[in-house]
Design a protein around this ligand. Structure first.
Ligand SMILES: *Cc1c(COP(=O)(O)O)cnc(C)c1O
Length: 227
């Protein structure tokens, strides 16, 4: 059994190697360690190995971990799961990033509930393969949601996030990733604060980096499989 520190190191090597092959600087891609369902002790192990960006999916669980690890003040907590209206305050008060904005109402609530002293970093989640089971807006809805978010003073729109279809062929995955990259590049011209294309997980890290990802969200490859 490899330790979390060893698997984390491998994940960074995968990023570095994929970047090299894609002719991109490896520091252009950040690693978000997705610790959902895993105990606080696992997060501490990754932290001690140097990891600082952590992603959580479930509000209650995520908030408990943020609170338990308050003393590790340089952890950057990212919320990456679906948000119900009645849970938005907890997200706004405990996280500094939200990748999963999929409607204006949630953006407005986060804007109102986040500390007015600093902005909350947000990404719009795009349902790139138009799956009924997935959250996120369709490609055609991204521009209008972005324009509306731009008006919200306590949110900083950093980019786009996607979770492509799980069982897709490599060809289909490339098509989805590159459609995201095209949209991201287009929008970057209009939104100077756009610097984040959050895509790629344990199984498709390399493909996502080849297609322009700037942040990969890796769970299983670092913390092991989940129940
Ligand atoms: C669980 C999850 C991940 C990590 O997936 P792995 O396959 O375990 O790497 C990334 N992003 C989101 C939104 C997730 O829910």
């Amino acid at each position: 059994m490899e330790t979390i520190a060893e698997r984390l190191k491998s994940a960074y090597q995968t990023i570095k190697q994929s970047a090299l092959e894609a002719n991109r600087p490896s520091n252009a891609i950040k690693l978000l360690a997705v610790s959902k369902t895993k105990p606080v002790s696992d997060i501490v192990q990754a932290y001690e190995a140097g990891q600082r960006l952590f992603g959580e999916n479930y509000v209650q669980e995520g908030v408990e971990k943020v609170q338990a690890l308050k003393h590790l003040a340089d952890i950057e907590w990212h919320f990456i799961g679906p948000i119900q209206s009645n849970k938005s305050r907890l997200v706004a008060e405990n996280f500094t990033w939200v990748h999963s904005i999929d409607r204006l109402k949630i953006a407005q609530r986060l804007n109102d509930q986040h500390s007015p002293h600093q902005q909350l970093n947000v990404c719009i989640q795009v349902n790139i393969d138009d799956e009924d089971s997935k959250s996120g807006v369709s490609l055609s809805e991204v521009a209008s949601l972005a324009a509306a978010i731009k008006q919200l003073p306590h949110l900083k729109l950093r980019g786009l996030m996607t979770i492509p279809k799980a069982q897709a062929s490599e060809e289909q995955q490339i098509k989805s990733f590159s459609a995201m990259y095209t949209l991201f590049s287009e929008m970057s011209k209009e939104y100077p604060e756009f610097d984040t294309l959050s895509m790629g997980m344990s199984s498709d890290t390399k493909l996502a980096i080849q297609n322009g990802s700037t942040m990969v969200r890796i769970g299983t490859a670092i913390f092991g499989s989940r129940q």
